[in-house]
Design a protein around this ligand. Structure first.
Ligand SMILES: Cc1ncc(COP(=O)(O)O)c(C=O)c1O
Length: 439
């Protein structure tokens, strides 16, 4: 059994290594297709890039990995060894962090359900930084803190209601996430802040917002920070002086997927000056947190599958692979376009290539653009989907009784490890209730 634990390694200067075509074929012969292949050095490099983007900020800066993007234990262990924080939203995610050697003290916990039972559970497990986003949630957290004796540091999740240019938007018109600054109900940032400031069981820590995922225009961050700053200064007039120790700008850093998108440096360049002036106006060198799931994981991973059939239909050539949206769900859900290429490539013939998966569903057609390299597609060749490390492995589903593919990792020493085995068909049968059948 190969030891898959990762050791801390220096990420300075680590270039994102590319995999060779012969690596892809060798691994396909050994493990079958489809498989995911993760590059540990790229995971580490991405952390450094985010930190570098905010290096001009005058206070402390922390990256928090949004575990929802990819909770493979080897990925988590890599980030644990980088010493970064974790953005979690479920007690089960916390179990994963602890099992991977992470610390609950390094966690920012943002619940969606905000129940008393959930808060009691996570406080007992050692979490002390919690983001609340409703009045009921704040009341539940205060009660859980009083019951457990853990003085939680509370962040208030605001929804700054700004327009976001992104693949997934979570601000304007999305009341599910965060609180309006002001309003007539008790579910406002103002009334929740007041409740927290007047509750001895908890301590106020700061503010949080999350605007969306794959945010391609960073101006929404500037607008959100502007609104937050004026809310803080205004609230101090009515609620008295309070310190803001942490400002968390959520996730959303985009992965290129073959296009030009803002880098962490671009985002930092745009908002660090504004953040530094907030340090002045709010009179506190607060800690800045940027959460990231997609940016930290997407580019590290490829999905490799095999061409199993080709067929001509009118002007089009249909290329069938042994993957499908059950292993790359956002291709169907969001019509998300992953950079995809046939390896080894070849000349693109005159017809249009349509890349389709193995599922019996008309939605199982992979969106491709002129950036995809589909020339030379022949039965038996491999097809590689790049930047497939975020929101893919975690969304695997067993449609058509398909077992979950294996996840392989090239570690920092260059060894190829199995970090998730291919799901056994018998295990899938049992999980689906095979042992519940009447005998
Ligand atoms: C609160 C919060 N933070 C961070 C993220 C991560 O977003 P991304 O992967 O786009 O960086 C999400 C994604 O849904 C989120 O809900």
């Amino acid at each position: 059994m190969v030891d898959t634990r990762t050791q801390p390694v220096s990420r300075t200067g680590a270039a994102a290594p590319r995999f060779s075509d012969s690596d892809f074929y060798r691994l396909a012969d050994t493990y079958g297709t489809p498989y995911y292949l993760v590059d540990e050095a790229t995971l580490r490099k991405k952390v450094g890039e985010v930190e570098q983007g905010f290096s001009e900020f005058r206070g402390a800066f922390r990256v928090a990995y949004s575990v929802k993007a990819n909770f493979n234990p080897s990925v988590i262990r890599t980030f644990v060894s980088e010493g970064i924080m974790f953005d979690l939203t479920a007690p089960a995610e916390l179990q994963f962090i602890l099992k991977c050697g992470g610390s609950a003290q390094n966690v920012l916990y943002t619940s969606i359900t905000e129940t008393l039972a959930e808060y009691e559970t996570i406080l007992k497990m050692g979490v002390d930084r919690v983001v609340v986003a409703s009045y009921n949630g704040a009341a539940n957290l205060i009660e859980a803190a009083a019951k457990t004796g853990v003085k939680a540091r509370v962040m208030v999740r605001v929804n700054p209601e700004v327009h976001v240019h992104a693949e997934l938007r979570g601000s304007m018109g999305h009341g599910k996430f965060g609180l309006q600054f002001e309003g007539t109900s008790q579910d406002t940032a103002h009334s929740v802040l007041k409740k927290i400031l007047t509750s001895p069981a908890v301590a106020f820590e700061g503010f949080h917002f999350h605007l969306g995922s794959q945010v391609e225009d960073p101006s929404c961050y500037s607008e959100a920070l502007e609104k937050l700053e004026s809310f803080v200064l205004q609230s101090r007039r009515t609620l008295g002086d309070f310190e803001v120790n942490t400002v968390d700008i959520g996730g959303g850093l985009p992965s290129p997927y073959g296009r030009k998108v803002p880098s962490p440096k671009d985002l930092g360049g745009r908002i660090v000056g504004q953040l530094n002036s907030m340090v002045e106006s709010m009179g506190k060198r607060f800690t800045l947190v940027a959460e990231s799931g997609r940016y930290l994981t997407a580019e590290s991973t490829v999905l490799v599958c095999r061409i199993v059939n080709v067929k001509n239909f009118g002007e089009n050539r249909y290329v069938y692979v042994d993957a499908g949206y059950h292993v790359l769900l956002d291709a169907a859900l969001l019509r998300h376009e992953y950079p995809v290429e046939v390896v080894p490539g070849g000349r693109q013939a005159g017809h249009k290539t349509v890349l389709v998966g193995r599922l019996c569903d008309p939605l199982d057609v992979f969106p491709t653009s002129s950036r995809s390299k589909l020339g030379g597609a022949e039965v038996g060749k491999l097809v590689v989907f790049r930047e497939a490390g975020a929101y893919s492995i975690v969304l695997n589903m067993p449609f058509h009784s398909q077992p979950r593919p294996p996840v392989l990792m090239r570690n920092a020493q260059g060894d190829y490890l199995v970090v998730r085995k291919r799901q056994d068909l018998e295990a899938l049968f049992m999980e689906e209730g095979g042992d519940c059948l009447p005998s």
